[in-house]
Design a protein around this ligand. Structure first.
Ligand code: NCD
Ligand code: ZN
Length: 356
């Protein structure tokens, strides 16, 4: 990582990867893929389509649809995931590894979030798949929230660790597990203390905002995502984890596009769209604690190491020059996509690959 200028007006880092993104499908890819491909060399693409991506053949076809939208001259590799269901077989896992496109399997507890109706109802039903994944070294990516109606939405992640994650870890001691988009001090601590088979992604919005951003002065639907923003002490714990030298925490935007009318409504969808300005947001968060020197490990090294992939060979730059974000992007059928921080001015501007 290289710093330029006495007042640090530019930083150069190894090209980053996004270890958790939602690109959606079909016409949405026209918007989401160029945004992701501009900032990231690779991205772990979530499988929560309708219907979900459950086989290697579906993952490969989806990867090809994504690649068709990568702008000419840009190198972007989608790393595909399978959606774990009660019916995923050992053969499905073997096929996924043989096929080469699939790099992980995603666990959505049934009903936990957007398009998760086909999710797992009972992890005991997934034993053969999980054993095969452990044997083959294929990571399990976990949406770590219980769906029990009795549990308060702000407690669902902490309860998940006790009820689901700890027993899962005990049963599969060598299964690679990524706790996705962690939002609590409990998750940060669990992962920091876990062994080398456990890691976590952290979004930019959970590093930058607490729940006040969503709820004070009016309900702000563009800050509503799952897991939901928590109180300030949790944000502080996440920042500490992100800048730590543990190597277990890495970048995952959880950029999750929803058309404006489905967010700004009486029952709005969960998801923040950040793919268009993700690195700028992460730089803002790291700079807020004087830890820009830790950004490269978090964004460009730790994730690749955990997945057993090499780090990227080219570099990108973040310039300390302000930019104002658009109020919206054209999205589907005339609908708009409102990014997080729409119309706001950010202190940083991302500059594409220098030496591709
Ligand atoms: C995601 C989505 O919209 O697909 N939403 C979100 O709030 N993060 C689903 C998810 O990752 O939970
Ligand atoms: Zn997600």
């Amino acid at each position: 990582m290289v710093f330029f200028g006495t007042f640090m007006n530019s930083i150069e880092l190894i090209a980053p990867d996004d270890w958790h993104i939602h690109l959606r499908d079909d016409a949405a890819l026209r918007v989401t893929v160029p945004h992701a491909a501009r900032q990231f060399a690779r991205a772990i693409v979530m499988p929560n389509l309708k219907p979900p991506v459950t086989t290697a053949a579906q993952a490969r076809a989806y990867a090809e649809r994504i690649l068709a939208h990568v702008p000419a001259g840009v190198d972007f590799q989608p790393l595909m995931t399978l959606y774990l269901t009660d019916k995923t077989s050992a053969q499905d896992i073997q096929d996924a590894v043989n096929d080469g496109w699939v790099k992980a399997v995603k666990l959505y507890p049934a009903g936990a979030t957007t398009n998760s109706d086909a999710g797992v109802t009972d992890l005991a039903r997934c034993a053969v798949a999980l054993e095969k994944m452990q044997d083959l070294g294929l990571p399990l990516l976990v949406h770590g929230e219980v769906t029990d109606a009795q549990i308060d939405i702000f407690d669902r992640e902490a309860v998940f660790i006790e009820r689901v994650l700890k027993p899962l870890r005990a049963q599969y001691p060598r299964l690679k597990i990524v706790m996705e988009h962690i939002t609590t001090a409990q998750a940060a601590e669990y992962v920091a203390q876990a062994d080398a088979y456990t890691a976590a992604t952290i979004t930019a919005h959970h590093l930058l905002y607490n729940r006040n951003a969503m709820l004070v002065g009016g309900v702000r639907p563009h800050y509503y995502c799952l897991p939901i923003l928590k109180r300030e002490s949790h944000r502080q714990a996440l920042l500490k984890a992100a800048i730590s030298d543990s190597g277990k925490f890495f970048l995952g935007t959880d950029s999750a596009p929803h058309a404006q009318d489905t967010k700004e409504t009486a029952c709005g969808c969960a998801g923040c769209y950040t793919a268009s300005h993700a690195l700028e947001l992460y730089a803002t968060a790291f700079a807020s604690v004087n830890a820009l020197d830790k950004l490269e490990a978090f964004a460009s090294i730790n994730g690749a190491k955990f997945y057993g992939l090499s780090v990227n060979t080219h570099t990108v730059r973040l310039n300390a020059s302000p930019q104002t974000l658009p109020s919206a992007f054209d999205y589907l059928d005339g609908a708009q996509l409102v990014p997080l921080n729409a119309g706001e001015t950010l202190a940083w501007t991302f500059q594409e690959a220098l030496d591709r």
